[in-house]
Design a protein around this ligand. Structure first.
Ligand code: HXC
Ligand code: NAP
Length: 291
């Protein structure tokens, strides 16, 4: 009934000139699936070579296929971003293949819905370790190499809007993403003098076929995702990918320490009266808590 925000141009279009990333290498974590794959594909379309780092061979293979489909070079490296040694080895592998990343996209993250009181200490640690520690370890490895070589670079950290608001049902992920936003601001100042730009980029709800079963079933509890957004539609992965290619481009050099939200204003939908409160465990269909 309301038209909402218009659909974006089709996949394959770009606001940036052809060849913007000719000769550049983008190192991107978790780009075998979902939004990371969409971001990697847009950089590849603009001429970049892509290095994909993640754990699962089937994801690495899917990422490589997507990049091959747009005719760009792609190297995949098995890497768990919780392990600094594996990250260093992944950068070494890229460099040995003649690919020195000048752009790092920290996209990999971990998440599952769980009431805070039900979460095990290891579940908390796992999500914070991947989402916050992994982001820092990758940024650190990338920056140390550029500082040593005296070369510039650009980092984009993928976040989430509950970094500002808190995320009921996602205490681990929202605390970790708040850390990522804060880290972005610190690193932008520390590394700006050496030519390293650091920004955050936050997607709103952008469904895709690779979403984990946990996240999908959580979303399935809301009836119409489109009508729940001020844009009257969810986001398209390419809308995030275009923002990433802009933020890391020569046209955004003076933007640093900023976190850009691409969510059709959904996170600003607040009022003194909101829908009736339903406790998280009830939303998730869980019985009353007992020790
Ligand atoms: C409660 C859970 C759980 C769940 C795992 N755990 N899944 N607890 N509910 N659904 C607990 C385990 O029991 C264990 O604790 C601890 O977490 C670690 O689990 P492992 O399976 O050993 O961890 P690991 O193999 O390292 O896998 C990490 C993972 C997994 C996070 C658990 O889901 C994963 O690999 N995810 C990667 C992809 C992902 O998460 N994508 C979402 C990004 S989307 P115990 O105590 O038993 O040892 C996103 C924003 C979406 O971030 C926003 C949508 C609106
Ligand atoms: P996804 O498809 O589940 O992707 C997560 C990726 O992270 C996977 O490819 C996974 O690859 C990788 N990964 C997880 N743990 C890793 C580890 N320890 N080491 C290396 N790689 C690891 O999720 P997505 O929806 O595309 O999300 C991408 C980013 O957007 C995340 O930062 C997420 O928090 C953010 N986000 C998404 C949405 C949304 O609506 N989709 C909304 C808000 C924020 P392997 O399994 O191969 O390791």
């Amino acid at each position: 009934m309301y038209q909402g925000l218009p659909e974006p141009p089709p996949i394959g279009a770009s606001a940036l000139p052809d060849g913007t990333y000719d000769g550049a290498t983008v190192f991107i974590t978790g780009a075998g699936t979902g939004l990371g794959k969409a971001i990697a594909t847009e950089f590849a379309r603009l001429g970049a070579a892509i290095v994909i780092a993640s754990r699962k061979p089937e994801h690495l293979e899917a990422g490589a296929e997507a990049i091959a489909a747009v005719g760009a070079r792609c190297l995949t490296v098995a890497c768990d971003i919780r392990e600094p040694d594996q990250i260093a080895a992944a950068f070494d592998t890229a460099q040995s293949a003649g690919l020195t990343p000048t752009i790092l996209i920290n996209n990999a993250a971990a998440n599952f819905p769980v009431p805070a009181e039900d979460m095990s200490p290891n579940a908390w640690r796992t999500v914070v370790d991947i989402t916050l520690n992994g982001t820092y370890f990758c940024a650190r490895e990338f920056a140390r190499r550029h500082l040593d070589a005296g070369t510039p670079g650009s980092i984009v950290n993928i976040g989430a809007t509950y970094a500002w608001t808190g995320g009921p049902g996602f205490a681990h992920s929202s605390a970790a993403k708040a850390g990522v936003k804060n880290l972005t601001e610190t690193l932008a100042v520390e590394w700006g003098p050496y030519g390293i730009q650091v920004n955050g980029l936050v997607p709103g709800l952008m469904p895709h076929e690779d979403m984990t079963a946990d996240i999908q079933s959580n979303l399935a509890r809301t009836n119409d995702k489109d009508a729940c957004q001020p844009a009257m539609r969810v986001g398209r992965p390419r809308e995030l990918a275009w923002a990433a290619t802009f933020l890391a481009s020569p046209y955004a050099r003076f933007i640093s320490g900023h976190t850009l939200v691409v969510d059709g204003a959904n996170w600003q939908r607040r009022a003194l009266t909101m829908p009736e409160v339903v406790p998280v465990r009830e939303q998730m269909g869980r019985p009353p808590f007992t020790l």
